[in-house]
Write a protein that binds this ligand. Structure first.
Ligand SMILES: [Zn+2]
Length: 597
């Protein structure tokens, strides 16, 4: 067996956002030992080149300085090490990115993903690892706590709240347990035989009891869906609370989340605010990944190659199906009502239908190009790409209702997920690129399964809109499309925020694009009246009719430009789902099986 690799991480200068990290290798490669830092973090499909945050790096061979040559943007190699017993590489890493993907350190708290701080040792990535996590020095940090799902080295219970030494069976595990340190609020709940903890970092007034009770129902439902026991015994939600933020990243036994303070529940909250529903949907999404993508993985990710893009055409299944189940878990566990759920579905459908990119890129292509397109969206994204999350969720919905209706409720997408779990999640065998079609064929059986596998392939490889109104009818659900309002439109989306009305996106074939208005233009006046804000534009348009001519003034960079355009009709892109008032008994039974009673 290879000797363990020993790491140590110290928040050495919180005020300067610096971690000091060392990596000790016994019996290093005599020909010269190689090291590298990942170029990306699993779950976030973009090359991020974490090594750019390394400020200083040095190597010591048996306590004497040795040459460490940089080989490429994220790899190093020592000079030959004949007879060397112990090699230590020390580096200083700058951490000032308050996101779930990298590392952050200041005098209030620290957070890191292993991908940002732990060097991989060439030839030793399958060796066991140990890491000592130190408390920052100084009295002001004496009350800092730590939370991570890394198991403590002494074999104590996972999730204890202390600095110290932790272990991981290999490098892949080491970098899949993010760590939060500081003064955070902490709460615990049990669900499905698993101890869950939630840590809230940042100023907040969350009703933690309410949050725990809602999360417990969602987690218990998901564990039951895949079948107990859950693949973990301890799970942690690491939440960074900020004024304005949204994001999450899944890990094998935890998730790192970023949320807006206002989205958290408060004591005395009546019902569920839209923000809270969206936060619960995010928690549910990342938790579902515990099965779907952390254990049921595309073959392209087994193992991950952390030096470069890992292409798969299947993110519609790993992100899209997860996006379908995230909100479905809220209604099936009884946390939200059926009306709330149908409203969420309508919102997702409207978002997909708003962009013409859906007619040009399939979700399989969108998955493959995630690295250069979905994760690097520019102003033309709505006209050029489709989201494998949002459209993938619609495909999951369409597949689920067809399995249910076609089998009179005997099978569903739940069975497909369970089959994938048994066949790939429990065994660690990656899902081949045609593996989802095969699972659908098997679950649906001769006839239905074969037909739906063929349908699914067409749906993910093609760009046609899904016939959702027709597919939802047997479930006793009515789908209607209406214009979002009666006022005419320019065919643009303005940048969010309260600043000047700047065009973020120009939709294909709209009035603005036809006239020549471009993304980045700042709107000044419509027929000589100032457009001071997005609301001012809405107010001006509300008094006009589609088909009328209008004169629009804008600044493009520092040049004043004038356009004459014909005001467009509001597109019928607001989708509303409702329960059919006179659904038959069969439809009601199918709907109950789908959404719960
Ligand atoms: Zn996801």
């Amino acid at each position: 067996m290879k000797p363990p690799v020993e790491y140590r991480i110290r928040p050495s200068r919180p005020g300067a956002h610096l971690f000091e990290v060392s990596c000790t290798v016994l019996d290093p490669d005599p020909g010269g030992q190689g090291f590298s830092l990942p170029a990306w973090i699993p779950g976030s499909y973009m090359i991020r080149e974490f090594a750019r945050n390394i400020v200083r790096i040095e190597a010591l061979a048996d306590d004497k300085p040795c040459v460490l040559e940089k080989v490429d943007k994220h790899s190093w190699r020592t000079s030959p090490l004949r007879g060397v017993k112990k090699l230590v590489v020390r580096c200083e890493i700058y951490a000032w990115d308050l996101s779930v993907r990298t590392a952050h350190l200041d005098t209030t708290h620290g957070f890191f993903n292993g991908t940002s701080v732990f060097l991989a040792v060439e030839g030793r990535t399958d060796a066991p690892c140990a890491v000592t996590i130190d408390r920052p020095e100084g009295g002001q940090y004496a009350d800092w706590a730590l939370i991570t799902t890394l198991p403590p080295a002494e074999g104590g219970p996972t999730g204890r709240c202390d600095f110290g030494r932790f272990v991981a069976p290999d490098y892949d595990a080491l970098i899949d347990h993010p760590v939060e340190m500081g003064r955070f609020a902490r709460a615990r709940f049990e669900a499905g035989g698993v101890t869950h903890e939630i840590a809230l970092t940042g100023r907040q007034d969350c009703d933690v009891e309410r949050l725990c009770s809602d999360l417990a129902r969602i987690c218990a439902w998901q564990i039951e869906l895949f079948g107990a026991p859950a693949p973990v015994t301890y799970y942690a939600f690491l939440v960074m609370v900020v004024g304005e933020g949204y994001g999450g990243l899944e890990h094998r036994a935890s998730t790192a989340l970023l949320c807006s303070r206002a989205d958290l529940p408060w004591k005395g909250m009546v019902g569920l605010s839209d923000g809270y529903k969206s936060f619960l949907g995010l928690c549910s999404h990342e938790y579902f990944h515990t099965w779907n993508v952390k254990r049921i993985k595309p073959a392209a990710f087994t193992p991950y190659d952390l030096t470069r893009e890992n292409h798969t055409r299947l993110l519609w299944a790993f992100e899209g199906f997860t996006s379908y189940y995230d909100d479905l878990a809220l209604v099936r566990s009884g946390v939200i009502g059926v009306d709330d759920y149908l409203a969420l579905l309508g919102k997702n459908l409207s978002a997909v239908m708003r962009g013409s990119g859906r007619l040009k890129q399939s979700v399989a292509e969108s998955s493959f190009d995630a690295w250069t397109k979905y994760y690097r969206q520019d102003e033309n994204a709505p006209n050029a790409i489709v989201s494998y999350y949002a459209k993938g969720a619609l495909i999951a919905l369409a597949l689920d209702v067809q399995l249910r209706a076609g089998s009179a409720g005997r099978c569903s997408l739940d069975d497909v997920m369970r089959l994938l779990w048994q066949r790939h999640g429990c065994t660690g065998v990656g899902v081949p690129e045609d593996g989802i079609f095969a699972a659908v064929r098997e679950v649906g059986g001769e006839g239905l399964g074969t037909r739906l596998a063929r349908w699914l392939r067409q749906a993910v490889e093609g760009c046609e809109d899904l016939p959702l109104a027709k597919l939802l009818k047997p479930m006793g659900v009515v789908l209607e499309a209406t214009p979002a309002g009666v006022a005419p439109v320019l065919g643009v989306k303005l940048a969010a925020g309260a600043g000047e009305p700047r065009v973020a996106n120009v939709y294909d074939d709209g009035a603005a694009q036809t006239a020549g208005v471009s993304a980045g233009d700042v709107l000044l006046a419509l027929d000589g009246i100032r457009i001071a804000s997005a609301k001012a534009l809405d107010d001006l348009l509300a008094r006009r009719l589609a088909g009328e001519q209008a004169r629009l003034h804008v600044f493009r960079r520092d040049e004043l430009m004038a356009f004459t355009l014909e005001l467009g009709e509001a597109p019928a892109d607001k989708y509303v789902l409702s329960l059919a008032p006179r659904a038959g008994a069969a439809a009601v039974a199918l709907r109950r099986g789908w959404l719960g009673s």
